[in-house]
Design a protein around this ligand. Structure first.
Ligand SMILES: Nc1ncnc2c1ncn2[C@@H]1O[C@H](COP(=O)(O)OP(=O)(O)OP(=O)(O)O)[C@@H](O)[C@H]1O
Ligand SMILES: [Mg+2]
Length: 526
């Protein structure tokens, strides 16, 4: 219904005189009036113009007022319809009210009766609208609340179910009301079996429940009504004693204790994890020792040559000295020999220092690393081995490489592993190419190590990074090199992958992120 005082009224009457008089009266009262001279066009107009109130005569040619009432109500049960009837047709009026007409007015229609009927229809319409709006509002709120409640319930359920820790709770009477998936897995019971059971009787090993109750009541470990990291034993379905670490809290609602909830950790899982970490560390160390052994063997040759030279010069100088005090010529020779000995000794010292640096650290120690320098040192350290096997080394190192944050010693271990693998793959001599590049767009450094060796077969390719996978004969390979390398690169938040085809060599590609957190370390080096 329109907001202003007037409403839109549809008049249906076959008497044009009555239509005219009523139209004038209603318009005077501030209403908008549309009219129709028969029932059919009245119903049509009602559909198209959507009046607030319909006033229809009863006796009309074609369809009568009763039929108009029926059709309008069918179209819109809330539409207000007033029937105008002669006093002699009161039975129609009664029938019309039964068919949900708002009112009836007697003919001849007085202005006052018309105005009262319109007012009543209006009030009815307004009340009905208000009631409808109110009902809609309540329904909407109810839906919102129900949805919200369902969502909260689902979230809480998910939270409990997805917890890795076991969660078990009981009500005031000690009966289980929550028994989550992890709890079920730990004890081997389905939730259905446990709900409603006495918690104290069902989960603890004999004698453990009493200790638990005492500890909870003492308030010493976690405060009143709480228990923190209590160690005890649960009993599983197959009567296994399971060592658990348990934290408990009384559930309180409006100052009343309504139950108890326990968060339970299977200590066997914790021990397993600790064991795994220890194993990993041991494996890392094992691989390092293997690489170190191989490296030391190759370095011995590297050091032997300069040592032999130094020894020769020393012997020569002793021989000259044994002949008496050296003359000016010999003194000049001596200083030449000493310079040579010094440079050879420096070379040895450098090799030993590198070897020591490699062997010393086992924990990750991050610092700025110049990957070009690292590559050069590794090539240097394995120089003898490579030379011996007739392997030519090529390098294409980007001159403007930023530093990365990393552990020098461990990254060195990776390179040495790759170099030794390449050496094993090129028994007949060949080439080994090292490249380094900075990829600014992805803020990472890419290192590649490419050999011209035997390559890797398609079957082996998926397994080469797995620990203890080796194709080498016993004593030659353990199968730890690449898995360790993978682990180290991973801990540097980098990646390693290989491109290889049998007979066409192998290329290992390492991407290492340049840490943006340390802008000072990004200074360019050559
Ligand atoms: N450059 C390469 N060319 C061909 N095959 C390779 C290459 N690098 C690794 N592989 C293959 O991957 C396997 C696993 O390498 P990984 O370094 O992990 O172990 P390993 O060299 O066999 O032994 P370890 O390094 O422990 O002495 C090798 O046995 C070899 O088959
Ligand atoms: Mg290897």
């Amino acid at each position: 219904m329109n907001n202003h005082k007037g409403v839109k009224v549809l008049l249906i009457d076959d008497d044009p005189g009555i239509l005219k008089v009523m139209t004038l009266a209603l318009e005077d009262a501030g209403h908008e009036v549309i009219s129709a001279g028969d029932g059919i066009s009245g119903v049509d107009l009602c559909a198209s113009a959507s009046p607030d109130i319909v006033i229809t005569d009863i006796r009309m040619p074609g369809i009568n007022g009763m039929e108009v009432l029926k059709r309008v109500k069918q179209m819109d049960p809330d539409k207000e319809v007033i029937v105008a009837t002669a006093a002699t047709d009161m039975n129609y009026a009664v029938e019309a009210l039964r068919l949900d007409a708002s009112d009836f007015i007697l003919k001849p229609i007085s202005e006052q009766a018309l105005s009262i009927a319109i007012k009543r229809a209006r009030d009815r319409f307004a009340t009905r609208r208000e009631l409808k709006d109110y009902t809609a509002l309540i329904e909407e709120r109810w839906m919102d609340t129900t949805e919200e409640l369902a969502r909260t319930f689902q979230t809480q359920k998910l939270l409990i179910e997805s917890s890795i820790d076991g969660i078990i709770a009981c009500d005031k009477s000690g009966r289980i009301i929550i028994f989550n998936k992890s709890m079920g897995k730990m004890l081997g019971y389905a939730r259905k079996e446990m709900l409603g059971q006495k918690m104290i009787d069902r989960v603890f090993c004999p004698g453990e429940a009493e200790k638990f109750k005492d500890a909870l009541a003492s308030g010493k470990h976690g405060g009143k009504g709480r228990l923190f990291l209590h160690e005890c034993f649960f009993e599983s379905r197959d009567e296994t004693r399971i060592p658990v670490q348990l934290s408990a809290a009384e559930m309180v609602r409006e100052d009343e204790q309504v139950g108890l909830v326990c968060f339970v950790r299977d200590e066997r899982e914790i021990r397993k994890l600790t064991q795994e970490v220890a194993n990993q560390a041991r494996m890392l160390h094992q691989d390092k020792m293997i690489s170190l052994g191989k490296l030391a063997a190759s370095v011995v040759h590297e050091i032997n040559n300069p040592l032999a030279g130094i020894l020769n010069y020393a012997r020569l100088m002793s021989k000259i000295l044994s002949r008496g005090a050296p003359g000016a010529e010999s003194t000049e020779k001596f200083s030449g020999y000493l310079a040579l000995m010094q440079s050879e000794l420096e070379r040895c010292a450098k090799i030993v220092a590198n070897l020591l640096a490699f062997s010393r650290k086992s924990k990750l120690e991050f610092g700025p690393v110049d990957l070009n320098e690292l590559l050069r040192i590794c090539i240097n350290l394995s120089g003898h081995k490579l030379e011996l096997q007739n392997i030519r080394v090529d390098t294409r190192l980007a001159p403007d490489l930023p530093m990365i944050q990393g552990d020098f010693s461990q990254l060195q271990q990776c390179m040495i592993n790759l170099i030794f693998n390449a050496v094993d793959a090129i028994p007949e001599g060949g080439t080994l190419l090292f490249t380094s590049n900075f990829e600014a767009a992805r803020n990472l450094i890419r290192i590649t190590v490419k050999d011209s060796g035997c390559g890797i077969s398609r079957q082996d390719l998926p397994y080469i990074f797995e620990p203890f996978f080796t194709t080498k004969t016993e004593g030659k390979g353990v199968g730890l090199g690449l898995s360790t390398t993978y682990g180290i690169i991973d801990r540097h938040k980098g990646t390693i992958h290989v491109n290889s085809e049998p007979g066409r060599g192998a290329e290992f590609v390492i991407d290492l992120p340049v840490s943006p957190a340390n802008p000072a370390d990004l200074s360019r080096t050559s």
